[in-house]
Structure formats: C-alpha cells, structure tokens
Design a binder for this molecule. Sequence first.
Ligand SMILES: CC(C)(CO)[C@@H](O)C(=O)NCCC(=O)O
Ligand code: NA
Length: 603
Amino acid sequence: CDLGLSTLGPFSQTGVVDYVIFAVLLAASMAIGLYYALSGGRQRTTQEFLMADRSMHCLPVSLSLIASFQSAVAIIGVPGEIYTHGTQYWFIGCSYILGLLIPAHVFIPVLYRLRVSSAYQYLELRFSKAVRICGTLTFICQMVIYMGVCVYTPAFALNAVTGFELWGTVLATGLVCTLYTTMGGLKAVIWTDVFQTVVMFAGQLAVIMVGVQRTGGVSEVWRKVWEGNRISGLDLNPDPTERHTFWTLGVGGIFLMLSLYGVNQAQVQRYLSSRTEKEAVRSCYMVFPSLQLALALSCVMGLVMFARYCGEDPSDKLGTSSRDAMVIYFVMDMLQGLPGLPGLFVACLFSAALSTISSAFNSLATVTMEDLIKPYFPAMSESRATLLSKALAASYGLLCLAMAYLTHLMGDSVLQVALKIFGMVGGPILGLFSLGMFFPWANSTGAVAGLGTGLAVAFWVGIGSIFTRSSGARPLPPDCTAILNTTTAIHTALINHLSLFFSRPTGLKRFYSLSYMWYSAFNCFTVILIGLIISFLTGPMKEEDVTPGTIYPLLGKLLCFLPEHLKKKLCCVTPLGQTVSKMMEFKEQHMIPCHRFKCSTSL
Ligand SMILES: CC(C)(CO)[C@@H](O)C(=O)NCCC(=O)O
Ligand code: NA
C-alpha cells in the first residue's frame, strides 16, 4: 500500500475553482435568506418567521428533517468509526424503522392537533407552566452544547489537514448562518436545508466514486475490507456495556431517534410548519430512505478509506492521532489533482454543518420567544416580537461560537460526543414527553422531579464514563491503535487524578461503562420511573383534570384486539369527563380542533 503522504494540504495547491465552489455555497445560502426576507410576508410576523406560515409541502420538509441532525459530525465521524471498528455501526439503520414510525403515528398526531408553536407548550397543556420552563431550559442546554460540536468539527478537521485558519472558519460559518437565519426565518432555513442536503450527498458521492476508482475498483475495495476484518456480522451480545451491538444500536438507537425525531423542537417545528397533518406524517416517512442513504454513504466512505490505507496508520506521518482529522486527510488525498472536487467536499462539510446550525438557531429563537418571553409579555406588539426573535437568533449565533471553544477542550471522537449529548440531555426530555403522553396519572410534581433526577443520573453516568473509559474504543485487528487525543499536561494530570477517584468502586465502574448508545433509553426510563413514583406519592392526576388531546391512548391502541368492555376497563384514558367550561377555555385559547382521543370510539 502506497500511503502517498508526502503532499499535505492539497487544497491549497488546487486552483481557484475550489474556492469558487465554496464561495458559491455561502453566497447561495445568503441569497435564499435574502429572498425570503424580501418576498412573501417579508418576515414581519412570528407566524412566518418561526412557523413558515404553516404552509410547507412534504418534500422540502423531509429533506430539512434529515439535515437537522446530519452534520459534519456524521460525515467525518462515521467513516472514522467504520475505519477503526468495522461496519457494526451500520446496524443503527435498523433503528430508523421504529424510530420514524413512532414519531409519525404517535408524536405528530398529538402535537399537530394541539396546534402548538413550540413542543414545550404541550408540557404546559399537559402539566403546568413550571414543567414547560424546565423542559425549555433543558432543550436550550442540549442544542447550545450540540451546536458547539457542529461548528467546531468541520473547522477543526480542515485546519488539521489543509491549514485553513481554525477560528476564522468557525467565525465565518457562525456569521453566515446567523445572517441568513435572521433574515429569512424558517422558510429560508428549510429551503437552504434542501439545497445543502443535495450538496452534502454530492460531495460524499464524489469522494466514494473517486476513492473506489483510485483504490482499484469495487472488487479490490471489497477484498481489502474483507481481509482486513472490517465487515462485521450481527453481534447479539446482550451485555449493555458492549459499545456497539445489535441491541445497543438497533434498540437503543430507537430511543435516540425518538428523542430527535419525536420531541426535539427543531423537528417538531418542521412538522408543525407543514400544511396538513397528513403532509407532516408523509415527510416523516420520506426521511427513512434519505437517512438510510446518508448512513450508507458515510459507511462506504469509511470502507474505501480502509481499503486505501490497508489498516496502516498514517497518523504519525500526519502529525495528528485524531481519527476525525484522518478522514479529511483521506478525502483530500483522494481528490487532489481533480480541480473542483476538493472544493465540492469542503462545500459538503459546510453544507452539513450550516443546515444543522441554522435549524438549531431558529428552534432556539422559537422556544425562547414562545416559552420564555411571550407568556410573560402578552401585550407585546407583533413587530416588536419579531424583532426580538431576530435578535435572539443572532445572539444564539454568538453563543455557539463560545461553545465551539468548549468542544475544542474535549478529546473524544466527535461522533461519540454528539450522540452522548443527545442521550444525556435529549433522553430525559423524551422521558418527560412520554410520561405526559402515555401515563395519565403523572402529575406536575412528578414530572419536575423525574426530569431533575433523570438529568442528574445522566450526567453522573456520562461524566463517570469519561474518567473510566473501560467501555471505550477497542480497535479491531489489524491494529489501528486509537491513541488518546492531544491533551495538555495539565489536562492529562487532571484526568489521571479524577480517574483514580472514579475507578475506585468496582460496582459503579460497570455502571459507568454503560454503552453510550443506551443513554437515551436509560435516561428516558429514569424520568418515567421517578415521575410515576413521585406522582403516586403526591396524588396521581385524575382523568378528568387532564387537558383533552394531550394523552395518547397507548394501551388502548396496543390492546385493540380485546373486547370492548375489557378495553374500557383497562385502558380508559378518556379525558372526556372534562368539564365543558374548561375545555371551551382551552379551545378558545389554543384553537384545538375538536379532536379528542376517546378510547371507545377512536380505537
Ligand atoms: C442522528 C443520526 C443517527 C440520525 O439522524 C445521524 O444523523 C447521526 O449519527 N448524527 C450524528 C450527529 C451529527 O451528525 O451531528
Ligand atoms: Na446538517
């Protein structure tokens, strides 16, 4: 195998074409932002700025749905994972089936029919204002931390290989994104997502095609990855501390998907911007093939990369041990001498990042406005509210630059960091919504206590795992030794010190070694369990006090084969006993179309 590592920084050697392609991406995104700033309702109402006038079709919505959580982290992280550990990760594709069917048929109907603008409004309808605020604050934390990883990843990787100025790139990404998000609102965010998703697929496809050709064709790539032991079979090991098995990926992954596609504001906002409920459900279905394609492209890229380097480790020659930087190196190595293609890949990386960050900005502006500001300033004028939403989108943009710096200080693989954040903070939010939708007895005190406990346990395990690292990366033979990241002496000393503390109790060590793919499920169940216990201790909610339409009759739907009278006895979550006046009040306030989930009739 010829590693061909002599020429670093191929991007700088290629012509202007590459820079032009990259500039076109940024310019086109800005143009879309400008277009929606000047057309339609000119972003003068929060309905348009945050909800796209609830007029979207399913195709743009579905492409935008994939774009939200498919960032440069996945484009760089997944090939790195496949290169080091083989194709086991690919089994996460199994979780997409239930991970999208459940949002489409459980979460979308409930949230769409309530006609909320923020997913957290649901929490107030179901529980109380306090729960809504706790939910909103948790979501804000999740997205702000995640955004840091998203902005940082492409900038870091490019810098490691091509010498692109790191903080300059971070700043440019953040600023461009802030500008078009602030100008064009959700319409611009959705349509730039569409355009950027296409660029993302094109860039990945180009790398794979050129890579396969330069490595000697499909059969040669296959031979090398097969001999290199990179094709993993179905691993049915039930051990929950095993990092990647069918159970952690295929089952644990479902909960990860639910927390992202079921209750995350970024996605809920897209469902709600659809013209009809049917259109929203359809867009959720359409995510499935595209998400499988995205997964396949990034996994195949990892395999081609393996075939290219034959399991040898070019990291010492490269001067960095980071798997993530190596993926960029591989791409630039493949594409050098082909004018335009390195530029296309850089555009692909930034498309992926921009589409995620813009969704995050817009959803953060929405929840801050709808959940934290509007309820307390009901008299605020529409123009002032819109101006404030724009200021919010812009200030979250600046905050995310600060978070990028925090990510800089962490040393895990970026994919694992991102999925851990989803599990540690998104898992408890999923638990909170599940508690509300499926358990009519849960009350507000239980919900707050459940969320608090869920977050505390999540961070306990999450932080504990950093310092034990026993479940961590064991690379497959031939050895592509994963070397710990470049950390400063102080950083290392701190870790050593803390790991002594964390590794003392052997029982706990096993607990800390829980596979990060189980985080979402585990944290979701903690919230439900504690929520139910506290609810029963403090007096469970009575059926007639629950707002109509906030409960999904899960048990009733699952037991649809039972005879009617038994079903009534078992499942009846019929918020129909609701006093008429209270329901009218809700309907007036929130324009709930008179759809109620009634056990005996709707099943
Ligand atoms: C979240 C899934 C599993 C599905 O969308 C995938 O896109 C992924 O692995 N994303 C990693 C996080 C990121 O790309 O930012
Ligand atoms: Na994206």
